[in-house]
Ligand binder design. Sequence first.
Ligand code: TXA
Ligand code: MG
Length: 326
Amino acid sequence: MVTDREIERAVAVLRAGGLVAFPTETVYGLGADASNPPAVRKLFEAKGRPATHPVIVHLADAVQLANWAREIPASAQRLARKFWPGPLTLILRRVSNVSDLVTGGQETVAVRVPSNPVAQQLLARFGGGVAAPSANRHGRVSATTAGHVRREFGTAVDCVLDGGEAQVGIESAIVDLSGISPVLLRPGSITAAEIEAVLGVSLTAPAGDAPRAPGTLAAHYAPQTPLMLVEDKRVLEHAASLLRQGKRVAVLALSAHRPVLQGLEWIAAPRDAAGYAHELYASLRRLDELGCDAILVERPPQAPAWAAINDRLARAATGSPVPDEP
Ligand code: TXA
Ligand code: MG
């Protein structure tokens, strides 16, 4: 539970140019006053994020859009009406006074109205835009609890609002509406089909030179332990082979059938996409902390409902060594 006094204190911290970690329905955000460049700079330093990577401006409601974006297309209004407050980020042309720190020097700005009640209270009481990347160090797994945030940042964050577990568990879908046709920059819990149904046109995939988005860099959302995606039927075989080599193995499985093998750690993930997403980052953190030699993830179904999950898992696996064939 977050009290009124805590919200007030968080607002005071934002006004003073400090950093506030807060829950959203997707993941925790690390927030700073988006209109205060030194505060945003502090945010980048705490995250260890390159200054050229833009951040999302969080707003209490769509009415404030005009303070941040111009030439807002009808498609943006339609998406906002349908999905805000909620886990959707829109890329729009920015008004000229938005700080280059927020936009990474681009002509566009990312905006989102989150639905989490604590985020809503914070934003409404603050009244302005809160620049907030996910509350994790650059390139690492996003935080879905206040405990994750504290472990990740310690005293580098002035205030952590504890709103319990983030409900969705993976970051918002990002749709770029600044160009001729809408582009899905990052898949999320709102599926491409749901967005297309509102737009009435197909989303295109990002071009290679699309706006810089660290969440779209190949290696991202990664635990420290090498992570490998393994086809469902081969997980056990693969784990056994590594165990024979004297390795300790952590498995994120879809099967609740937990084999008893020395040196094997096993988390059975929910078999529905929403449940899986909700637990994904907490499970990856838990498996990572065990300090095993490898994390094997049983590859989820390739169905559209799993697109955002498969996207994050593929990025978490990038940079990890290719698994030896058992
Ligand atoms: O669910 C979320 O979106 C969470 C919560 C806290 O709201 N935030 C989040 O922020 O995931 P972050 O910074 O980890 O990822 C935001 C993504 C980045 O990939 C960033 O580059 C991209 O949005 N982005 C921000 N502004 C952009 C812009 N003007 N053009 C293209 N991409 C942009
Ligand atoms: Mg992030």
